[in-house]
Design a protein around this ligand. Structure first.
Ligand code: PSV
Ligand code: MN
Ligand code: MN
Length: 388
């Protein structure tokens, strides 16, 4: 796409969903460094998300995580989101922090534990009904640590059974997004380790089941853009969990470790229709900000995704396909690199100006005084954190 107004229009319509847990305290298993001004409840997490949207103009949706964001009155939470100009995005289930799930949740050998896990997933669909959320995001920590510990195929049967029950419960405008993860916390087998396993389950379930690609959940060197192209071609790419990894599931700011990888992914998204509204790919962030200030870190992640998207939109597609058709390896690669090496910050600044926003959302947020305000206001009470 080389028409600048079309590129700008595409950038204005891209929606990036931010995670409620990205605004809370988080850390590693060694230490959580608490920060001043961190939200004390889901309402304050929404207020922080609203800051990101106010400054970027493209982040009106917030993912919730249950039970971390469990509230008495979901209608009130939804109304509050609307007052802030937001809407509730994906409901993330959590079947990984309960003692009963030590040996698995929906794949557990004990049917009573499987029932408890499936009931939680069904509760998440109830919360989707109450909040207007269109997406149920499923990630299972299920797996085994030792050869012989459980029946590998039997666990797939149990997983399929639970997924089918939840799928049946989905409304017409609701879908199920199944995330995969190669490693952690299980070390020998993981029940949904890769996109192929997720894809196979989603295919059997039907059109309302799609795959989530979390960029941090692969082996080093995995060609994630191939997975993206394949899933889009099959109509099975439901969403991204964007974040950066240097070593493992680091959950650092999207585009921080490898902006070139993010560009390559966004190229496949753009090329294969993934930016079109009807394709309905949910561009989510799944990050934690352990040592840096949270709201500005989310703003930077959003702008990093926008920069990768802008570069992908600027690829001279005609020149690219001509070079590809003629088998000119160097020319095709050169077309891609020209786009990647373009400084798109002035273009994005113009896009923001046209939306009535400051050209630099990061600087505008820092100058707004919000950070000092929340640090002064949010004293007392428990500060929310990853898992609370
Ligand atoms: C698991 O590592 C994961 O990526 C899933 O998306 C969870 O929902 C998220 O992290 C937060 O725990
Ligand atoms: Mn994730
Ligand atoms: Mn993860």
């Amino acid at each position: 796409m080389s028409d600048v107004s079309a590129v700008k229009a595409a950038l204005k319509s891209q929606v990036i969903e931010t995670p409620s847990w990205g605004y809370g305290n988080s850390g590693t298993r060694f230490k959580v460094f608490a920060q001043p001004g961190v939200p004390r409840d889901p309402f304050e997490k929404l207020a922080d998300a609203a800051q990101v949207h106010a400054h970027t103009g493209v982040a009106p949706k917030v993912s919730l995580h249950i039970p971390w964001d469990r509230v008495e009155d979901y209608a009130a939470l939804t109304r509050y989101a609307e007052e802030l100009g937001l809407r509730i995005g994906a409901i993330n289930s959590n079947v990984f922090q309960d003692d009963d799930f030590k040996l698995g949740s929906v794949t557990h050998p004990d049917p009573k534990v499987r029932r408890k896990a499936t009931d939680h997933l069904l509760e998440c669909v109830d919360i989707m009904d109450a909040t207007g959320s269109p997406d149920l995001k499923l990630w299972f920590s299920d797996g085994t640590n030792y050869p012989g510990q459980d029946d590998i195929a039997g666990r797939q049967d149990r997983l399929a059974e639970a997924l089918a029950e939840v799928y049946e419960r989905l409304g017409d405008d609701q879908r199920m997004l199944l995330e995969y993860k190669l490693f952690e916390p299980a070390f020998y087998t993981t029940d949904v380790p890769d996109w192929g396993t997720s894809y196979a389950h989603c295919l059997k379930l039907g059109p309302k089941a799609q795959v989530v690609v979390d960029t941090g959940h692969h082996a080093p060197g995995t060609n994630i853009e191939f997975i993206v192209a394949f899933l889009l071609r099959e109509g099975k790419l439901g969403a991204f969990d964007f974040n950066s990894r240097f070593y493992a599931d680091d959950d650092l700011m999207a585009g921080a470790a490898d902006p070139f990888q993010l560009f390559r992914i966004m190229h496949e998204v753009v090329k294969n229709g993934g930016l079109k509204t009807e394709t309905n790919v949910n561009f989510m962030l799944d990050q934690c900000h352990n040592i840096e200030a949270k709201i500005p870190a989310v703003i930077r992640s959003v702008t990093n995704v926008q920069e990768a998207t802008a570069k992908a939109l600027l690829i001279d597609t005609e020149a690219l396909s001509a070079a590809q058709r003629s088998g000119d390896v160097l020319a095709s690669n050169g077309v891609l690199m020209d786009a990647f090496n373009t400084d798109v910050r002035p273009l994005l600044a113009e896009v923001r100006e046209e939306l009535g926003l400051a050209r630099d959302p990061f600087a505008a947020y820092l100058a707004s005084g919000n950070q000092e305000r929340i640090a002064a206001d949010r004293v007392g009470g428990e500060q929310a954190g990853w898992g609370a």
